[in-house]
Design a protein around this ligand. Structure first.
Ligand code: GLU
Length: 303
């Protein structure tokens, strides 16, 4: 069977500085790629422009560099890709797969009957068969069906969803005119010929939507590995919202060791005082993918 060359990626959103949770995703995707002789790309997911924090993209790249990551090729910025997203949306529209939706949040809240799998409400399909007289499209949604979309995640095992029940027709272009994450990530993973997606398990529930989009657009489906995410004692994913602290570059080696231990790697005690290059040298030769804990979240003490 044809095996495409390994191409992995790390795709941070520049909504703030890197924190321990994002470091875990970077370390996991980097080691999976490099230990298999693969390429590793960095993509700046700045598609949701109101959430971008000025200076955060450069800060993330400086931090990755200080932590000893080396990426292949130029960084791809999603803010430069709007034409590609528009072309994909237009293709789907011509194929009759997307439709304009006039529903406000409140209307959806009032008419939805089911929760969506990752929070919020499953879209009840109100505008599916055309807009009511006098209504105007605000957003563009992709039609889904109720076939099971399943994949074998390399960490979390088999995952399946019925999109119609679990999510509903989902938004590709938002009411504010911006392209949705699901469209941007799918178009760019294909554009960059990503063969293995290694990222946090907070995105596990998004993957069937991305696989459905790949099928609608005629793209190949990459392999997936969803790493456990770092959570606080309340069970919330470490993020800017939960005020995870920024990574300090002067303790890069210690943070790397913490990320490796989080990913189940048996880091030897005598590595604790080693410089960054030595931690990477150990990790590149000793990385055991199968040691990654097979659970979606792990609680870490917050410093
Ligand atoms: N930009 C997303 C995030 O920072 C990650 C997207 C992905 O890896 O697919 O959460």
């Amino acid at each position: 069977m044809f095996q495409p060359p390994y191409r992995g990626r790390f795709a941070p959103s520049p909504t703030g500085p890197l924190h321990f949770g994002s470091l875990v995703a970077a370390v996991g995707s980097y080691l999976d790629a490099r230990t298999q002789g693969g390429s590793w790309l960095v993509r700046m997911e700045d598609v949701d422009t109101p959430r971008n924090v000025p200076g955060a993209a450069d800060d993330i790249l400086r931090t990755l560099d200080a932590f000893g990551f080396a990426w292949d090729g130029p960084v791809l910025y999603q803010s430069t890709r709007f034409e590609a997203y528009a072309a994909a949306l237009e293709k789907l529209r011509q194929d009759g797969l997307v439709y304009g939706c006039a529903c406000s949040r409140k209307e959806i809240a009032d008419s939805a009957t089911r929760p969506a799998i990752d929070g919020g409400l499953a879209y009840p399909g109100t505008c599916r068969h055309g807009l009511a007289a006098g209504r105007e499209a605000r957003a563009w949604r992709l039609r889904v069906n109720d076939d099971e979309i399943a994949f074998d995640d390399r960490v979390q095992g088999r995952v399946g969803q019925h999109l119609e029940t679990d999510v509903g027709d989902f938004v590709l272009r938002r009411a504010d005119g911006l392209f949705a994450y699901q469209l941007a990530v799918t178009v760019d993973d294909d554009f960059q010929q990503i063969s293995q997606v290694v990222r946090g398990a907070d995105l596990l529930a998004s993957t069937p939507r991305q696989i459905w989009l790949q099928r609608c657009l005629g793209f190949a489906t990459p392999g997936y590995a969803h790493l456990p995410v770092a959570a606080n004692a309340a069970g919330e994913k470490l993020s800017k919202q939960t005020l995870a602290r920024a990574l300090a570059t002067d303790s890069a080696a210690a943070e790397l060791i913490r990320a490796l231990a989080f990913l189940g790697q048996p880091v030897p005690a005598d590595l604790a005082w080693a410089p960054v290059a030595e931690v990477w040298a150990w990790a590149m030769t000793q990385w055991v993918f199968n040691a990654i804990p097979r659970c979606p979240a792990i609680i870490v003490p917050q410093a």
